[in-house]
Design a protein around this ligand. Sequence first.
Ligand code: ADP
Length: 695
Amino acid sequence: MTPTALTHWLHALELRTTAGWSTFKEALSSGRGKGALWIALIALVMAVLTTLVWLAGRYETSQLQAELESDTAEAVGDLRRQLARQSQSLQGLQSNTPAEAFWSNEAQALLREHREWLRIESRDLGMKLKNQVDTPLRKPIFERTPRIDSLNETVQACSKARRINGPSYSSSYFLPQSDGVGFEVMEMCLPQTEDGVLIGFTIVTYGLQELLNELLGNSFGRRNEISFTEPDGTRLAIAGSQSRGLRVFTSQQLVNLPGNTLVFRMDGRRGEAHLFPNVLTALVTGMSMALITVMILLAKDSRRRLKAERDLAEALAFRKAMEDSLVTGLRARDLEGRITYVNPAFCQMVGFEPDMLTGKNAPMPYWPPEMVDEYRQRQAIRLAGNVPPREGFESVFMRQDGTRFPVLIIEAPLISVQGEQTGWMGAVIDISEQRRIEEVSRASQERLQATARLTTVGEMASLLSHELNQPLAAISSYANGSLNLLNDPQAEPQTMNDVHMALRRIAEQAERAGRVINSVHDFVRRRDQAREPLPPHALFDAVAPLVQLQARKLQVIVQTQIDPHLPEVMCDRTMVEQVLLNLARNGMQAMDKPGCNDRRLLLKARRAASNADQAWVEFSVTDVGEGISESVAQQLFTPFFTTKSEGMGLGLSLCRTVVEQHGGHLEFEAFMPKGTVFRFTLPVKTPPVLDKIRA
Ligand code: ADP
């Protein structure tokens, strides 16, 4: 690659890397990035783990190999040391030229002692056999193959021994046996000297197999397979254990002997390197896995927490918005009566800031000072555990500027998550507007009633003029007559009596006229609504003159029927009189039709059905007029419904309002054979005893 091409290539690589990095950063910052980050993290941890396990495995393998190498070196050293020691022990055999028999015995003893020695020969300088002993532990080894065939190896070894003046080993060779098998042997030639002069050789034949077994088998053959091999790997002799299914580690070393070099091989069969070779690696791996698991769990948990937090924040925001938009004041108190919470509506209502209220106990800043004692008692009752009425109770609070205003308080126990009562929660509604509307409605009702009364008065005006005509005419004629009598100079004493009589008549008629006017005046005069106990006949008596006024005009006979011993009724006199008057007037007008000759109006009062709580008196007005048709009946109590040309249509609706305000009810039904009965009830004055019981 030329330098220019290299520069281009580097530039391109840099571009690609920069692009890759920015893509990675983008991915991280996006939602997709979080997933990628997780995958990268897990991959990284996995890679670290795998590397750790692999390195640990390799380390263990190298440890095993090193261990085997050192075993092999130790075995080779051992072998060499023992062979040297054996050659020394062989020296004893040739120390002084022993007798032949002695030599044989000594040699046999040595052969018994060294099982790896198969044969000991003693030869002279011309390699002629002087003496020989075969191991007593097995058959003579040169039975099948003549000794002469292998003598060449021995000669070479001995010539080397002569040269180095010390023990020398021949190369190994295979020695077939008469039983069909054979084995590898090696010879050691030790020069024999006498007074420093070489006189012959002592030759020991080693069985390689036995050499391994006897010299190394015990110490190295238990866990390893030990062998001598050719340089090309062909085994010459094998010893040691040959366990299967295990991994083999091999180590080879040369055994340098004078005259021969053997290849010693050790095959160590060891278990596979463990996946987790030692406790530390296992611990680190385990902890890493635990770490990943914990991280995943934490991530899941934090996601769940985040969601819960978001939901909670939304719920809180929702609750706050709800509280802020409420016009109902909310006030929570603990079990000691201390305010624990107030909402903005409540603060607005009483004009105090939340921190001026929370934590406060009785007397509250919004209690009117004159009510403090009463409110304290009420709070004590509440804190004693008495549940307030569900529909709430009315009270009066005071704003910060000192103005009082009526409130409706609905309280309920405040129950905690554990199901225990922790205080009281009260909803407070400012009812001053409601009170104002009620007042306006009451005033307009009163005005309407006054208007209705005035209408009745208007109707009565013509009747009055007619009614007053008679007494006034009588008064005028009596007055004129009296004047004439008084002006008459010849008046007799009798005349004075007549004048007296006339004046009495005048007084009577004036009184009568006055009564008529008073009855109207009483009726029209507005009085405060006040209920008082009244005997039923008093009500009839009060309206009788006015009823009579109209009855006379319409030629109606008015009858009154009152049950004896009727109790007093609690009523607003003026109102009930107007009801009676309206019903009587309607009844009389219903009979004022051509063809209706028998005109009678019956006013009745009697006991009505009562219950344990309240006794009632029933009043009824019965006429024998035209009756009420179905279509009229449906709208009878609708304000401004009338069938009369000069009617206002307010009479019956007012009657019903008045009766219902007294707790009674107004109804009507047809009277047979013709006419209508209107009935209404009024409450009997409760005996004081009953009053007490109720209280
Ligand atoms: P008004 O007398 O000014 O018409 P009311 O409310 O007193 O107003 O009566 C409404 C209507 O009910 C009357 O116009 C009349 O048609 C009918 N009505 C009331 N009382 C009787 C009665 N006793 N018999 C028949 N009709 C009646």
